[in-house]
Design a protein around this ligand. Structure first.
Ligand SMILES: Nc1nc2c(ncn2[C@@H]2O[C@H](COP(=O)(O)OP(=O)(O)OP(=O)(O)O)[C@@H](O)[C@H]2O)c(=O)[nH]1
Ligand SMILES: [Mg+2]
Length: 181
């Protein structure tokens, strides 16, 4: 391990597109395992930004929510995610993913409350923007931001499939890590 590490974790409901987003950011197809079936990511996976040894880590977490797993497994994941978010000393912030089409779920709102409670900063990113028809886009964006209780400009809309919004998110991430130097 490098002497000093700074982490940025990707948080969100199972199937919201966390692992796909990491692949899009890295411009790789199969770096992080993705799946149509919720529960693809079952461990905490760490991706280091270049150069090797930079200590700048993007962290892919298992998702909360409707993963088709035995109750005991779900509970184990929940504890793993919560313990990681609470206890990692080098975690500086999170990206909270919200599905553009589904909008914030009860569990998403609970997670945000909890992040506020433990005082961990977050950035909202809405995933799968390609799935929202352009005629519905402005209404959908308004609904999503008002449910989150934030301004329009507080949510970045991205699509891992079309690549829309990815360059902006990539540059925000570079800035986040850059401010560490
Ligand atoms: N249309 C569309 N589908 C997407 C996009 N991003 C992810 N998906 C699909 O959504 C499904 C779930 O994606 P994952 O990246 O595995 O989701 P995850 O959040 O990592 O899921 P867990 O690991 O189970 O927590 C897959 O079938 C992806 O192909 C996107 O931008 N657009
Ligand atoms: Mg995943």
């Amino acid at each position: 391990m490098p002497d000093r590490v700074l982490e940025l974790a990707i948080v969100g409901r199972s199937n919201v597109g966390k692992s796909s987003l990491i692949n899009a950011l890295a411009n790789r197809k199969k770096l992080a395992k993705t799946s149509k079936t919720p529960g693809a990511t079952q461990l905490i996976n760490v991706y280091e930004l270049s150069p090797e040894g930079s200590g700048h880590w993007l962290v892919d977490l298992p998702g909360y929510g409707f993963a088709k797993a035995p109750k005991q497994e779900l509970e184990r994941w929940r504890r793993m995610i919560e313990e990681y978010l609470m206890e990692s000393k080098s975690l500086g912030g999170t990206i909270v993913l919200i599905d553009s089409l589904v909008g914030p779920t009860e569990l998403d709102l609970q997670m945000v409350d909890w992040l506020d409670h433990i005082d961990l900063p977050y950035r909202f990113v809405a995933t799968k923007s390609d799935k929202v028809r352009s005629s519905k886009s402005s209404k959908r964006r308004q609904e999503l931001t008002s449910k989150l209780g934030v301004d329009k400009s507080d949510v970045l809309w991205v699509s891992a499939d079309s690549g829309s919004g990815i360059p902006q998110l990539r540059s925000e991430i570079v800035n986040y890590f850059g401010s560490d130097d």
